[in-house]
Design a protein around this ligand. Structure first.
Ligand SMILES: NC(=O)c1ccc[n+]([C@@H]2O[C@H](COP(=O)([O-])OP(=O)(O)OC[C@H]3O[C@@H](n4cnc5c(N)ncnc54)[C@H](OP(=O)(O)O)[C@@H]3O)[C@@H](O)[C@H]2O)c1
Length: 292
C-alpha cells in the first residue's frame, strides 16, 4: 500500500497513542514519540522534530489524565493539557500540518439527561475537565486545520483502564461495589483509531463527538465485563457516588451523541456493548492472564 501521509504521534506510548500507532503503522509513514523521547512542553525540541519531519498530520495523544490527582496538581495538569496543546497546535501550523487533539466528556457538567451534542455548552466540574476544555480552545485558536475528537470512558489493550481494574479486583474479591449513578459511554481505543483515520483521510476539521454509542453506568459496565468473560463467583453490587467519594467531581451524565459524525454520514463508532464484546473476545486470554 502506498503511504501517502507523514503522521507524527505525540504521547505515543499512552493507551490511545499506542493503539493509533499500531493501527496506522502499516498504512502511513508514522513517527511516534513517547513522553520520554519528546516532552510537548519542550518547545524548542518539538519545533526541531516537526521541522525535520515536516508531517502532514500531528496527532496529540499526550495528556495529564489523572483526574483526581489533578485537583492537587492543578498547574501540572493545565500545563500539559493546555499549554502543551497550544505549543503542539501552533508548531503543527508552522509546518503546515493538521493538528488532532482528544478531548473528553468531562468538559460537561452532567446536568442534562439526554446525550450531549457538539452544540451543548461545556461547563467542566474538575480541573482535568477544565484543562481539556482550555486545550480544545487553544488548539483551535492556533491552527485553523484542527480536528478535535471528544471521547469518553476509554479502554483498550494498552495502558491502564476500567476494564483492567475490574479484572484485577475480580481476582482478589468475591464482591465488587461499583458506582451506579454516573452514566456515560465506554469507548474502545481501536474504534477511536479507526474513526480518527477516517476523519483525517477525508480532511475534516472541527469538533466531533466520537464515542461508542449508547449509554451505561460504571456498575452495568462492570457487570457486562464479568458476564461476557463468564467469570464465576464474583458478585457486582451497585452503590451511589456518595458511598465512593473521590477527590474530583464527575458529571452524573456525560453521554456523548456523535451528532455531527452521523449528520455527515461518517460515524463508524459502534454501540458500546458490541465494541466491548469484540474487545473482550479478542483479548480474553491476555486479559484473564494479565495482572497489573
Ligand atoms: N482515558 C480516558 O478515559 C479518556 C477519556 C476521555 C478523553 N481522554 C483523552 O484521550 C487522550 C488519550 O488518553 P489515554 O487514555 O491514552 O491517556 P494515557 O494513557 O494517560 O496517555 C497519555 C500519554 O501522554 C504522555 N504525556 C504526559 N505528559 C506529557 C508531556 N508533557 N509530553 C509528552 N507526553 C506526555 C504520558 O506519558 P507518561 O505516562 O510517561 O507521563 C502518556 O504516555 C487524552 O487526551 C485524554 O485526555 C481519555
Amino acid at each position: 500500500m502506498d503511504k501517502d501521509m507523514k503522521i507524527v504521534i505525540l504521547g505515543g506510548k499512552g493507551q490511545l497513542g499506542t493503539e493509533i500507532y499500531e493501527y496506522l503503522k502499516d498504512k502511513e509513514e508514522i513517527y511516534s514519540f513517547s513522553h520520554q523521547e519528546l516532552d510537548i512542553l519542550n518547545y524548542d525540541l518539538l519545533e526541531k522534530k516537526l521541522q525535520e519531519i515536516k508531517p502532514d498530520v500531528v496527532i496529540n495523544c499526550s495528556a495529564y489524565t489523572k483526574v483526581d490527582k489533578a485537583e492537587e496538581e492543578k498547574d501540572e495538569c493545565i500545563k500539559v493539557n493546555t499549554i502543551g496543546a497550544k505549543y503542539v497546535s501552533f508548531l503543527a501550523y508552522k509546518v503546515g500540518a493538521k493538528i488532532v487533539y482528544f478531548s473528553t466528556d468531562y468538559i460537561f457538567d452532567g446536568e442534562k439527561s439526554t446525550p450531549y451534542t457538539e452544540f451543548d455548552d461545556p461547563n467542566p466540574l474538575s480541573v482535568y475537565g477544565l484543562s481539556k476544555l482550555y486545550g480544545e480552545k487553544l488548539t483551535i485558536e492556533h491552527n485553523p486545520n484542527h480536528l478535535i475528537l471528544r471521547i469518553s470512558w476509554l479502554y483498550g489493550i494498552y495502558g491502564r483502564n476500567f476494564v483492567k481494574t475490574i479484572l484485577n479486583l475480580a481476582r482478589e474479591r468475591k464482591k465488587l461495589t461499583i458506582v451506579n449513578d454516573q452514566k456515560g459511554s465506554p469507548t474502545y481505543t481501536l474504534d477511536v483509531a479507526k474513526q480518527v483515520y477516517e476523519l483525517i483521510k477525508k480532511d475534516k476539521v472541527g469538533i466531533y463527538h466520537s464515542s461508542n454509542q449508547g449509554e451505561t453506568t460504571w456498575y452495568d459496565f462492570a457487570k457486562r465485563i464479568i458476564e461476557i468473560l463468564k467469570i464465576k463467583d464474583v458478585e457486582v453490587l451497585p452503590i451511589k457516588t456518595e458511598e465512593y467519594p473521590s477527590i474530583a467531581k464527575r458529571p452524573k451524565y456525560s453521554v456523548l451523541d456523535n451528532f455531527l459524525l452521523k449528520l455527515e454520514g461518517i460515524n463508524i463508532m459502534r454501540d458500546w456493548e458490541i465494541a466491548l464484546e469484540d474487545f473482550l473476545n479478542t483479548y480474553k486470554d491476555i486479559l484473564l492472564g494479565e495482572k497489573e
